[in-house]
Design a protein around this ligand. Sequence first.
Ligand code: O7M
Length: 216
Amino acid sequence: MEVKNKIILALDVPTTRKAIEIMDNLSDNLNTVKIGYPLVLAEGLESVTRIKEEYGCRVICDFKVADIPATNEKIADATFKAGADALIVHGFVGEDSAASCLETATKHGGEIFLLTEMSHPGAAQFLQPVSMDIARMGVKMGIHNYVGPSTRLDRLKKIRNIIGEDSFLISPGVGVQGGDPQDTLEFANAIIVGRSIYLDNDPVNALNSIIDSIEL
Ligand code: O7M
């Protein structure tokens, strides 16, 4: 997977109209976006279809899927039918739940990303003690794509060591949450960036500044 400029834009905006306004200005420098609950709960899965059709970009749906296998299958099926290229799946629910998403993704020609450890302070409370086991589970299952935190580079490095150099690791938490783009890219293949771009008065300049700050 080649992510243009190693940046995935998190389109956590409340309307498809706003997402389109942002993408009209930024799409030349991006080929991958992440769409999650903020947009889809407000506008429906049509927002995924629309962004995909309008810009031809890769759409990763961030639904942090964490249910029983039978329900995960339905969620994954609806997501890929809407045009998503990939789906983000929680690992803590266990192998059967993640496998259900992986199988459904494969049926649709799509991919999944396994979420190992999260970037926020609360991740230390319950998730951190099991996050490396989640990464190991992913490797055992043959999962290629992972998500890990840019806010704890020591942990991101450990995740990289577990999943190996050939796996694809994307990392949120740069900018507003405190992570540094270039330092994160020492371990991750691409960074996920939201507010530092879409809340800026000049999103084009914000994106270009991040691109300039990283070695491509
Ligand atoms: O740059 P931000 O902080 O505005 O946005 C970061 C995005 O990454 C936002 O969409 C979060 O929901 C998401 N994210 C995290 O911030 N931390 C995580 O641990 C995991 C994710 C994520 O993308 O999960 C797949």
